[in-house]
Design a protein around this ligand. Structure first.
Ligand SMILES: [Zn+2]
Length: 190
């Protein structure tokens, strides 16, 4: 096959050289108005094409490659005095795999336990290309179905206005969950 990025013949969907050149993560921090710190590994503008490929048949492979270069590396360095749960936001298969679940899965370590399908929107509405005003008027109405009194890292693929993460954060606080911070693949605030 050919590398998705450079087009050269490659055994991997994104060749090793492109992974080394373009997928080295940085940590960008943003603090949302609700107080939640959001760390992102990439700038959305630089990863647009790869992230948008999530809707293609290569989507899950691209996400696994991105996760291996970012979330998994981060998780390897992460340690904490007690178990921390990595909870993907609304990890609903769309249409055939869940982007946020792939990212959370790659974080599995001695200290980090991914938990799936614990935080799901009851209001299914697409936010793509929508304004903050629209997002605020159409909340996701998350339903949380896991333990209280635990430490959690929220996981999502893209942070845009932060309204989804803020809403998830609020629900978790109401459930006595201590959200340490959120981790996303890419920050679209640029
Ligand atoms: Zn390449």
């Amino acid at each position: 096959m050919r590398c998705l990025v450079c087009g050269r013949i490659s055994f991997k969907l994104i060749c090793k050289s492109c992974q080394n050149k373009f997928l080295q993560p940085n940590l960008f921090k943003r603090t949302l108005a609700c107080g939640l710190d959001v760390y992102s590994f990439y700038k959305f503008s630089e990863m647009k094409n790869l992230i948008k490929s999530k809707y293609s048949i290569f989507g899950s492979t691209v996400y696994k490659t991105l996760a291996k270069n970012s979330f998994a590396k981060y998780a390897k360095e992460f340690n904490y005095p007690s178990a921390v749960y990595a909870i993907p936001i609304d990890d609903r298969p769309t249409p055939n795999f869940s982007h946020s679940a792939i990212l959370a899965k790659s974080m599995k370590s001695k200290f980090l336990i991914p938990k799936y399908a614990k935080l799901r929107a009851t209001n299914i509405v697409s936010y793509a290309g929508k304004s903050l005003n629209f997002r605020l008027k159409n909340p996701r109405n998350f339903n949380y179905t896991f333990k209280k009194d635990i430490e959690v890292i929220l996981v999502d693929d893209v942070v845009t206005t932060g309204s989804t993460l803020s809403e998830a954060y609020t629900i978790l606080i109401q459930n006595n969950v201590n959200v340490l911070f959120a981790l996303t693949l890419a920050d679209a605030d640029d």
